[in-house]
Ligand binder design. Structure first.
Ligand code: SF4
Length: 108
């Protein structure tokens, strides 16, 4: 086998990797969507078990649903329901406006 064929194959794949990596880096920079910072705060206050018992894929998705107003009760989290400690989440959500200046009211 001609070693030049192998060398060209390696060079072509390395070049493709560099170009695609560069395009991915550009896409990540320019297509980045700013997430409502309340989602991360609420997620941090949830148990973090990521069990899916709430019907969402994980704690992040339930936090997002709470912030968007799709879920009105923090007790949708079945793990936290046993501990009955939703007060920090309810207090935070009922007092913190989002980027649009609106407060999403929830209960426990
Ligand atoms: S039930 Fe609670 S702990 Fe489980 S994924 Fe949902 S929010 Fe997270």
């Amino acid at each position: 086998m001609n070693p030049m064929i192998i060398l060209w194959g390696v060079l072509v794949l390395a070049g493709l990797g560099l170009i695609l990596g560069f395009l991915l880096a550009l896409a990540a920079k320019f297509l980045h969507v700013q997430e409502d910072p309340r989602i991360k705060k609420v997620e941090d206050m949830l148990p973090g078990a990521n069990c899916g018992a709430c019907g969402y894929a994980g704690c992040h998705d339930l936090a997002e649903a709470l912030v968007k107003g799709e879920v009105k009760k923090a007790s949708a989290c079945k793990v936290g329901k046993k501990e009955k400690n939703f007060d920090p989440i309810v207090a935070y959500m009922n007092s913190t406006p989002g980027p649009d200046g609106k407060i999403t009211q929830i209960s426990d």
